[in-house]
Design a protein around this ligand. Structure first.
Ligand code: ZN
Length: 229
């Protein structure tokens, strides 16, 4: 059951991709996004605003708008602060849930695609991303509010789908975020005030170790997909 054709199932539907950050839609769901382009009404909801003092702080919004255009969809940013939600998860889960539900109700959503509860834990990020987990919970709460059926509620233990997709089409989405998701990456060392990773090869390493792996034609989506039927 979990291996059913997800693209077929979502064709003709109103599908919302609810993600923590600009770029998550392309990294984690780019294959599905490109396969659904022109076949479904697509809304990309990014929950947080770009983190300050990043090399791409001021280009991320433009990038995600370009991605939305490439898949014939629309984008809305809810403007939450990344760290704030992680510091006060209890108090902001309701706020994030309500904001997501409001937009998805207006969109008349049929299905939500969002992060996994593990926050996309992987080799380079074993604990997963706290905000991804947060958005996963909020998206699920919003789905309950909107009375969307859940694969979990219908006793499918883990909704795992394989999506066959055009690898180059996904590259086209990632290209919107260049130079971040390009093999050369950012000049992180030259970025004053940025506290994260002090080495310039991060993007390239991440790209080849993690994102690249996801670019193969069969994409495994462990994230919850919630639908109306
Ligand atoms: Zn993210």
């Amino acid at each position: 059951m979990g291996q059913e054709n997800l693209v077929e199932k979502l064709t003709g539907k109103r599908v919302a991709f609810v993600v923590a950050h600009q770029d998550d839609e392309s990294l984690w769901f780019g294959g599905l996004l490109t396969e659904l382009a022109g076949k479904a009404d697509l809304l990309i909801v990014s929950v947080t605003e770009p983190m300050p003092a990043r090399p791409d702080t001021y280009t991320r919004m433009k990038a995600i708008s370009e991605v939305a255009k490439l898949v014939s969809g629309t984008h809305v940013c809810l403007g939450f602060t990344d760290c704030r939600a992680v510091e006060r998860p209890e108090s902001t889960l309701a706020e994030v849930t309500m904001a997501i539900a409001k937009h998805l109700r207006e969109f008349q959503v049929d299905a939500i695609v969002s992060h996994g509860l593990d926050g996309e834990a992987c080799d380079v990020y074993p604990t997963g991303h706290a905000m991804h987990k947060h958005v996963c919970l909020a998206a699920n709460q919003a789905a309950t509010m909107l009375r969307l059926d859940s694969y979990r509620r219908s006793r499918i233990p883990d909704a795992t789908f394989r999506v066959e997709y055009d690898r180059n089409a996904k590259f086209d989405l990632l290209d919107c975020y260049a130079p971040q998701w390009s093999p050369d990456g950012y000049p992180w060392n030259e970025t004053e005030g940025y506290e994260f990773m002090p080495y310039g090869s991060l993007s390239h390493w991440w790209f080849s170790q993690c994102a690249y792996r996801l670019l193969f034609p069969a994409q495994r989506i462990t994230n919850r997909v919630l639908t109306r039927n």
